[in-house]
Design a protein around this ligand. Structure first.
Ligand code: ADP
Length: 498
């Protein structure tokens, strides 16, 4: 392990300091029930701390703090709020290494390829939204000569942000930074698998933000997330997670007639045409499949539709590239690929591996090598797996696996590829690799997904609207429009001049 020991010690000290507490009203707060649950590293399986097991009483207290702080926060000028967010971004930047180390510890995401990258996107997102305070504009409407008619954007009030574990910091930033700059206050519910790094970040944010403006609870879905969505003082829910939980939340929000933003699953197609630049395509496929994150990404290129004439070469080159990647200690700078998040997820991924191996027409390639270090022997590592020759009808191609498992599905012509790409319940992201400009443009118009790329496979970034269609969810994140459309409500004001 070449991670400086003092950084690891510091991250562990933060884990201890933040163990067993929520943060609301500007303070670390013990759960009112006194209950906690353990937090362990998925790489070593050693416990690094505990998390507060929040319930309805904690929710009531945290929402109370957020509701109490909201009027004063909303009364500030938007640019003043933005400046506070930018100050917070500077704080986060100063602590990037500690944040990244704690994230790698609790999620198993490799420090160099994933955790540090995510900690940087987190700070960048606060900086981005901090600059958008002046964009909270309305319109004037030339409705009648004797009237002055205009609209204004107002904050919704208290926003509940329910987080997943796969990119908890980035997705938290996508939710809370726009909500805050628009004048809302927020109660975050962290994922049970990743409570400490998000709590650390909210602790840092509270050094710049007034008490009660951003609050965080940890706990389980039904017992902590459930009461949060149901609290009558919450005016909006923004959620990232599974389709099934998204639907439960949408139902609960419908009962209260409050808006939701739902970022759900994906089974993203990546089309490789016979004229693609294979060097770039293979690099893009490896990045797009997020093998470095053990494939735990909603946009993972988990359906690779490859023209039959290049399939063999594409698969061979991708296998070489992944074989050269190193699985190992998430805290080691030399590691490319860390672990799966939890035993539940580990078992789920294995059930799909077993399923794939049983399909007669499918060839299984298991790549890279399991780590050999004795301290990692129980770690939740899964070898990157490519199933070759999958049919778009197979369960492997239809269900989100959320692991380092991709399917290579052959096709013979472009129309067939587009039809298969769109034949999915999901519609989050899609990619096409081709040198034919006309075809590339045609594909961008026809692929049914919220985020479509040609000859590249980058991840979501502040400034680009991100969000799916079909079962992949409702609404957009990460952009200015996301702030305006999802974290404000419009009022129309009519003033008589007579
Ligand atoms: P996963 O199955 O990968 O754990 P989920 O979609 O169940 O993903 O979880 C995403 C987030 O939603 C987590 O923070 C979880 O605690 C929360 N959650 C789960 N069930 C509910 C629920 N019934 N109400 C509110 N939040 C929930």
């Amino acid at each position: 392990m070449d991670k400086p020991n003092n950084l690891l010690e510091t991250a562990l000290a933060h884990a201890r300091r933040l163990s067993g507490v929520h943060l609301y009203a500007g303070k670390l707060q013990a759960p009112l029930s006194g209950k906690t649950f353990p937090v362990a590293s998925p790489a070593t399986r050693q416990q690094i701390g505990t998390a507060a097991d929040g319930d309805a009483q904690d929710v009531a207290a945290a929402v109370g703090a957020a509701a109490g702080a909201q009027a004063d926060w909303a009364a500030m000028s938007p640019r003043a709020r933005g400046k506070i967010l930018q100050k917070a971004a500077a704080q986060l930047t100063q602590h990037t290494e500690e944040i990244a180390t704690l994230l790698a510890l609790e999620t198993g995401k490799a420090i160099r390829t994933e955790s540090r990258v995510e900690a940087n996107v987190l700070a960048d997102c606060f900086e981005f939204y901090g600059g958008l305070g002046s964009e909270l504009k309305g319109e004037t409407i030339p409705f009648a000569p004797n009237m002055l008619v205009f609209t204004q954007r107002e904050p919704i009030g208290v926003v509940a942000a329910i987080l997943p574990w796969n990119a908890p910091l980035m997705l938290m930033a996508f939710k809370i930074a726009p909500a805050l700059v628009a004048g809302n206050t927020v109660v975050v519910k962290s994922a049970e698998e990743a409570p400490l790094s998000t709590l650390f970040v909210v602790d840092l944010l509270n050094r710049s933000l007034p008490p009660g403006v951003v609050n965080i609870l940890s706990g389980f879905g039904p017992s902590c997330g459930g009461p949060l969505v149901a609290d009558r003082r919450v005016g909006k829910v923004t959620f990232t997670g599974s389709v099934d939980t998204g639907k439960i939340i949408a139902h609960a929000a419908a009962d209260r007639l409050i808006p939701t933003t739902l970022e759900l699953g994906g089974k993203s197609p990546m089309i490789v045409m016979d004229d693609a630049d294979l060097d770039r395509t293979v690099a893009g496929a490896v990045a797009g499949m997020r093998f470095t994150r053990q494939g735990q990404s909603c946009t993972a290129a988990s359906r690779m539709l490859v023209h039959r004439s290049v399939r063999e070469e594409f698969v061979a080159r991708m296998a070489d590239k992944v074989n050269a990647m190193r699985m190992g200690d998430p805290l080691d700078e030399a590691t490319d690929i860390g672990t799966i998040i939890s035993t539940g997820q580990f078992d789920r991924v294995h059930s799909y591996l077993e399923l794939g191996k049983r399909i007669p027409h499918v060839e299984t390639l298991q790549l890279s090598k399991m780590p050999e270090a004795p301290e990692l022997k129980d770690g939740l590592f899964v070898q990157p797996t490519v199933f070759v020759g999958v049919s778009n009808e197979d369960r492997l191609a239809r269900e989100e696996i959320f692991g380092p498992v991709t399917c290579v599905i052959p096709f013979d012509d472009y129309e067939q590829a587009i039809a298969m790409a769109n034949d999915s319940d999901y519609g989050l992201a899609a990619t096409i690799w081709t040198r034919n400009l006309q075809r590339a443009l045609d594909a961008t118009q026809r692929l049914q997904a919220g985020f479509v790329q040609v000859n590249q496979n980058i991840v979501a970034q502040p400034g680009l609207s991100y969000g799916g269609i079909k079962q992949s969810g409702l609404g957009k994140e990460a952009s200015m429009e996301a702030m305006l459309d999802h974290f404000t409500q419009k009022k129309t004001i009519l003033i008589s001049r007579d």
